[in-house]
Design a protein around this ligand. Structure first.
Ligand SMILES: [Zn+2]
Length: 446
């Protein structure tokens, strides 16, 4: 596919734009990962699925993709939870990182280029904040160090708000010593019982908004990357604050494209821990196939909200099992006849899938193409060469979509069963062939 056809919705510019990476053949993507103090809810998996799909797609069209997502393992919520559970903060965060990664594996998310942790970036953040203080873009007040939002006149562009609108009705908390209500914490000076670091800017710990800016610069060796993403709720203030710090320190907007993934809704409200309506990813993935969860999200554009539905997830399970049965039947037929070439595929329909994804990841259209390929598979059971080409196409498509389906190979026992069935039929031994047919059907081999 011609890479020039790729278009992505960029929240920063507020429009769909042709995608052009900074380097010719490489795409650098970063999305904000979870704060690991608890099990994540299902909505938290939507960015992971979306950026995995984007990464698979861009790799498939020929880019070398570096996909990075962080773990926030320093946070007041982690401290509170570790006290509650009687664990160290490190123990607690590692436990929930493992739980999150189990979900990634069940969803067949490809391994990321890197998963940085905030705790590994303290020195970088301290230097970064120190630079901002020296430049007059950050200041100490009361017990904390704040970012001076007014040092960045374009603040608010990402979330489409201007400084005056943002400030309307807000009052300065006099006790905090803040100069402006919008100024946000970069470093929390504290001697409380939570994790803290004795540094040149004081004893304390970083605020949430600084870590991603420092990680991007360090992991990609550049203060400007191609795509920065996350959940819709991160647009303001988190991403707005990331951009402000990047402009103040590096004179870049941190990324050329900003992508935001819509909410998962339940009962008319956004699913969130604070609203108490969370459905945990780990629970959903114990009831449903990982591929079915992907299919569920793909039915709606990644930017739109989607309603949680147990019934639709069950339908998705059925649909995935149907896909798997079709693949198994076609594989058996090809394997039995020793047709094993993997490289022949139907380029035309494959291009259709890539073109759907090139259109700002239009997954609904991509699924329609995927279904069309299955119709072709099911209607070409007798034409083995064609069947082989379509099956190969479906496997390729499933890799891009992240389902990662595999062809099925016959065991010796199953091959013998088919031999016996064919023999009974050719000998017109119908009672025997009926019996064997029932066995083959039961094993989903015909
Ligand atoms: Zn972030």
């Amino acid at each position: 596919m011609d890479k020039g056809k790729i278009r992505l919705y960029d929240t920063y510019q507020g429009m769909i734009r042709p995608f052009k990476p900074i380097k010719d053949n490489e795409v650098d993507i970063y999305y904000c990962g979870p704060t690991v103090y608890n099990y994540v809810h299902l909505g938290n998996m939507r960015p992971a699925i979306t950026f995995d799909l984007l990464s698979n797609f861009l790799s498939e069209v020929g880019y070398d993709v570096k996909l990075v997502s962080n773990y926030t393992d320093i946070d007041d919520k982690i401290i509170a939870e570790s006290i509650k559970e009687g664990k160290s903060e490190k123990e607690l965060s590692l436990f929930y990182i493992k739980a999150y990664e189990d979900c990634l594996n069940k969803l067949k998310i490809s391994p990321l280029y890197y998963h940085p942790k905030a705790s590994e970036y303290i020195d970088k953040m301290v230097d970064f904040i120190d630079d901002l203080i020296k430049d007059g873009k950050a200041y100490k007040a009361g017990n904390d160090i704040y970012f001076r939002v007014h040092s960045v006149p374009s603040y608010g562009k990402l979330s489409n708000q201007n400084l005056e609108e943002l400030e309307a009705g807000k009052r300065i908390d006099v006790a905090s010593g803040k100069e402006d209500p919008l100024d946000f914490v970069l470093w929390k000076l504290t001697d409380d019982q939570g994790i803290k670091f004795d540094t040149k800017i004081g004893l304390g710990r970083p605020g949430w908004h600084t870590e991603c800016v420092c990680m991007v610069d360090d992991v990609f060796s550049s203060p400007l990357i191609d795509i920065h993403g996350g959940g819709f709720d991160l647009k303001f203030p988190h991403h707005e604050n990331e951009i402000a710090q990047s402009l103040a320190h590096n004179n870049t907007t941190l990324a050329n494209y900003w992508m935001h993934v819509g909410f998962l809704m339940t009962g008319g409200e956004k699913m969130s821990k604070s609203l108490g309506n969370s459905i945990l990813a780990i629970d959903v993935l114990s009831r449903h196939l990982g591929e079915a969860v992907r299919l569920f999200f793909y039915q709606t554009n990644y930017r739109s909200p989607i309603n949680y539905s147990e019934e639709i997830l069950e339908e998705c399970d059925k649909k995935i099992n149907k896909y798997l049965s079709s693949i198994r039947r076609a594989s058996v037929s090809l394997d039995y006849n020793n047709i094993k070439t993997d490289d022949l595929y139907d380029q035309e329909i494959y291009e259709e899938l890539l073109e759907a994804l090139a259109d700002d990841l239009n997954t609904a259209n991509a699924l329609a193409v995927f279904d069309k390929a299955f119709k072709m598979l099911n209607s070409n059971s007798k034409n083995l060469d064609k069947l082989n080409a379509i099956l190969n196409t479906i496997i390729k498509m499933s890799n891009v979509l992240g389902f990662k389906f595999n062809k099925y190979s016959l065991t010796d026992e199953e091959r013998k069963l088919i031999d016996d069935y064919n023999k009974a039929r050719s000998e017109k031994d119908y009672s025997k062939s009926d019996l064997l047919r029932a066995k083959l059907l039961e094993k989903n081999l015909i």
